[in-house]
Design a binder for this molecule. Structure first.
Ligand SMILES: Cc1ncc(COP(=O)(O)O)c(C=O)c1O
Length: 369
């Protein structure tokens, strides 16, 4: 018998399935990298903002030194933008880091964590990674059922994850429902409100989650620079919460979890309103382009509030992987979601207009096969 290392709950972990990189698909299918369209990881199709590129390049000369462990300048910028004290902010190596830190800081093995069916895959990983028990609440119309989630809380529940909008389904819970939920949750249970796609919400749907942070000491709002800010490769996210939570996250955070180039670029991107505006506009137009085509083709999709759309590839459980493979052969990378329990569906990130067109043309061929 080989020796088994580590706890059983770590051995049982299924690793996160990331979107396939362009280089890998080119190698695997003998395609030219330049012709491949990747709509698989909810990245910003505009790439990084020019302001961030400049700031990052200026920071390169100092790369022989460690980054600022406290992220002084970046925290100042976040503090000014959201009108919160700097000691309410935790920086993360992407917001994924924040989600992991929350599980490690607030949950012990065998305690429980509540999240929704079809919600972001990292919630399950973070829960299992600390040996906690997952309470997965059935979704309603592919979205969060906050009433059922409040009722699912048990005496050993320490943490709740909510994605708003949710990935991979794109669903959105209106502000009034979240507020009702926050009132219902016991004050000793931590709520992580993961707003990775917040910047894509139409102005009439935007809400002041930071105002709730002032009111609820058990609320942590998580944000990322990976989506609308166009910095996915640099890995920057942050949490806003009162010091009772923030202090604990910062005790277990790696001191240099956000590197110098990332900090410099993030400061510039945070203040680049024009880029954010362009990104949201392009996304809204791309959403119309994709969903009008889906409507015309009779393809079912879940109305989305993020920078991606979940579409039904077919009515059998092999449909997602079949259509995905056909698309890969045509040089289009999208995201299969069978690991979410959605084998009939594919998630399509919204791209540049010409990328969306290339995807739709390939989809027509793939579905005709
Ligand atoms: C809902 C949600 N939260 C968090 C993340 C993590 O993103 P990052 O670690 O790049 O900030 C993602 C990425 O896909 C996401 O979809």
């Amino acid at each position: 018998m080989p020796i088994e290392f580590g706890p059983e709950y770590v051995r049982r972990l299924a690793p996160y399935q990331a979107g396939k990189p362009i280089s890998e698909v080119a190698r695997e299918f003998g395609l030219d990298e330049a012709g491949i369209v990747k709509l698989a990881s909810n990245e910003n199709p505009l790439g990084m903002p020019e302001s961030a590129r400049k700031a990052m390049l200026a920071a390169v000369s100092d790369i022989g030194r460690y980054p600022d462990a406290n992220g002084f300048v970046l925290k100042k910028a976040i503090s000014a933008k959201y009108d919160v004290p700097e000691d309410w902010i935790t920086l993360g190596n992407g917001s994924n880091d924040i989600l992991e830190l929350a599980a490690h800081a607030f949950v012990q093995p065998h305690e429980s964590v509540v999240y929704s069916e079809y919600s972001f895959a990292v919630y399950a990983l973070a829960t299992q990674g600390v040996g906690a028990r997952a309470i997965v609440v059935p979704s309603v119309h592919y979205g969060h059922d906050l009433g059922a989630m409040a009722r699912a809380i048990e005496s050993d529940t320490r943490l709740i994850f909510i994605a708003n909008p949710n990935n991979p389904t794109g669903t959105f819970v209106p502000a009034a429902e979240i507020e009702k939920f926050l009132v219902a949750v016991p004050p000793e249970v931590v709520v992580v409100l993961d707003e990775a796609y917040n910047e894509y919400l139409a102005p009439q749907l935007q809400y002041e989650s930071v105002a709730w942070v002032r009111q609820y000491p058990n609320l942590l709002v998580s944000r990322t620079m990976s989506k609308a800010y166009g910095l996915a490769g640099l890995r920057v996210g942050f949490a806003i919460a009162q010091p009772g939570l923030t202090d604990l996250l910062n005790r277990i955070r790696q001191p240099f979890n956000v590197n110098s180039l990332a900090q410099a670029a993030a400061v510039a991107a945070l203040n680049d309103k024009q880029f954010l505006h362009e990104s949201a506009q392009m996304n809204a137009a791309g959403y119309v382009q994709l969903t009008e085509a889906f409507d015309a083709m009779g393809i079912e999709y879940v109305p989305s509030f993020g920078n991606f759309v979940l579409m039904r590839a077919g009515n059998d459980d092999a449909a997602g992987s079949r259509v995905n493979l056909a698309l890969l052969k045509l040089g289009v990378i999208v995201r299969p979601v069978s690991n979410y329990g959605l084998p009939q569906w594919l998630r399509i990130s919204i791209g540049l207009p010409e990328e969306n067109t290339a995807f739709l043309n390939a989809l027509k061929k793939a579905l005709a096969e």
